[in-house]
Structures are given as structure tokens and as C-alpha cells.
Design a protein around this ligand. Structure first.
Ligand code: FMN
Length: 207
């Protein structure tokens, strides 16, 4: 008992002080931003970013715009074939890797590791990983299309919010990435989930 007690106390104090895996994101801005025609007019791919980290409001607004819940019936800012809602979002920063839970608009920490270098070759403060739950998807073909809508939401949100982004289909070609398997495994995805695209995001560097 003498030996067991200290380790029990240590475990209890760890669980009292360990950061919870779920972190609420600030409520998303559902109004404002740039008029749509203006956002379309300035939408473009940006591959160079300032080092500044994005704040939680910027991250929450980006994820909500990409594929958040925008109605009481649980449907999303992006459409999905047969309403399967199979596209899942993760984001990667210097602080670790997080899953975006759209129903509760919260981040769930998956890893303390900085995984950005496996998502793209650009020096960006944030990467978004777009995957599809193929068990939910109406088909692989539709999963790919549904991912495209989320990607365009990211592009338009970034245009409106003064952020820069690049869709990256070549993430699987990063040296050592094992064709994306390494990122897939580090994000603890099941075999039935597939990463289809990543996006680098940050404040555009001066041109
Ligand atoms: C599905 C998809 C995959 C892409 N993959 C890459 C990529 O791997 N690397 C890259 O630098 N740009 C990538 N891009 C960005 C395109 O190169 C870019 O959209 C195109 O050059 C047109 O430029 P714009 O977006 O500024 O109009 C991708 C874009 C899309 C839509």
C-alpha cells in the first residue's frame, strides 16, 4: 500500500491538472465579412505566409466557414451528396494536431506533435487536413466532390478574412510521408478514412 499510494496520488493530480482534450472554439462570426462578389474577385492561391499564428477566433471562423453547422437541423456550410456529411477536418499548428468537432464547434486535441511538415511544404502557421469517412460517403467519387466544396469554402473564407491559402493535393509526395499514410496514422484515423486534400493557411507575406 505504501508503494501504491504515491502513484495513485500522482495519477489523481495528473488527471486534475491535465488539459482537457476538448477545447471550445469562440462562436463563429455568422455575419459580416466581404461581399461574396468581392471575395470571388480576390480569391487566389497564396503560398507564402507571415510567421504569425492564427488566433482561436480566426481558426474557429475558418473551420466553421469550411464545414461548420449552419442550421438547427445540423446541416453544414458545405453541401454533401445524399447529406452524408462525410468530410472531416483536422488542423495542425506548432502546438499540435486537433480534430474539428462541428456539432459542438470545438477542437479535440489528438497529438502534441507538430505535424505540419507532413501536410505540405509551405512554411504556414496552420494546415487544415480534409479527410473523408468512406463508411459514411455515398461513394468515393462523391467524397472527392464533397471535399472540393469544403476546399472552396476555405478559399472564399480566406479571401474574405484577409488570409492566404493553398489547396495541396500533393501532400502524399512529401519525402518520407509514405504517400500520406504517416499523417493518416499520426491523426489516428481508421483504415476507412482517407485524407483527400490539405490546405496551408496564414496571413499572406507582403508581395
Ligand atoms: C485539388 C487541388 C489540388 C492542388 N494541389 C496543389 C499542390 O499540391 N501544390 C500547389 O502548390 N498548389 C496546388 N493547388 C493550387 C493550384 O495550383 C492553383 O489553384 C492554380 O494554380 C490556380 O491558381 P489560383 O488558385 O490562384 O487561381 C491545388 C489546387 C487544387 C484545386
Amino acid at each position: 500500500m505504501k508503494k501504491v499510494l504515491p502513484s495513485l496520488l500522482a495519477a489523481a493530480s495528473f488527471s486534475l491538472f491535465a488539459a482537457p482534450a476538448e477545447q471550445a472554439l469562440p462562436a463563429p462570426a455568422r455575419t459580416g465579412g466581404m461581399p461574396l462578389q468581392q471575395a470571388l474577385n480576390v480569391r487566389k492561391t497564396v503560398r507564402s505566409y507571415k510567421a504569425d499564428a492564427l488566433n482561436p477566433q480566426q481558426i474557429g471562423d475558418l473551420l466553421w466557414s469550411a464545414n461548420g453547422v449552419n442550421r438547427g437541423n445540423g446541416k453544414r456550410t458545405a453541401p454533401s451528396a445524399v447529406n452524408r456529411q462525410e468530410v472531416k477536418l483536422y488542423y495542425l499548428t506548432a502546438q499540435g494536431a486537433f480534430f474539428y468537432d462541428p456539432q459542438d464547434h470545438q477542437a479535440v486535441k489528438i497529438s502534441d506533435e507538430d505535424l505540419r511538415k507532413w501536410a505540405g511544404v509551405f512554411d504556414a502557421p496552420l494546415y487544415v487536413v480534409l479527410s473523408a469517412d468512406l463508411k459514411k460517403a455515398a461513394s468515393h467519387h462523391y467524397a472527392v466532390m464533397d471535399t472540393g466544396y469544403v476546399s472552396q469554402n476555405i478559399y472564399l473564407h480566406c479571401a474574405s478574412a484577409g488570409l492566404g491559402t493553398c489547396a495541396i493535393g500533393s501532400f502524399g509526395r512529401i519525402k518520407g510521408s509514405q504517400k500520406g499514410k504517416l499523417l493518416h496514422d499520426k491523426l489516428k484515423m481508421p483504415e476507412t478514412e482517407e485524407i483527400l486534400l490539405t490546405h496551408s493557411v496564414g496571413i499572406p507575406a507582403e508581395e
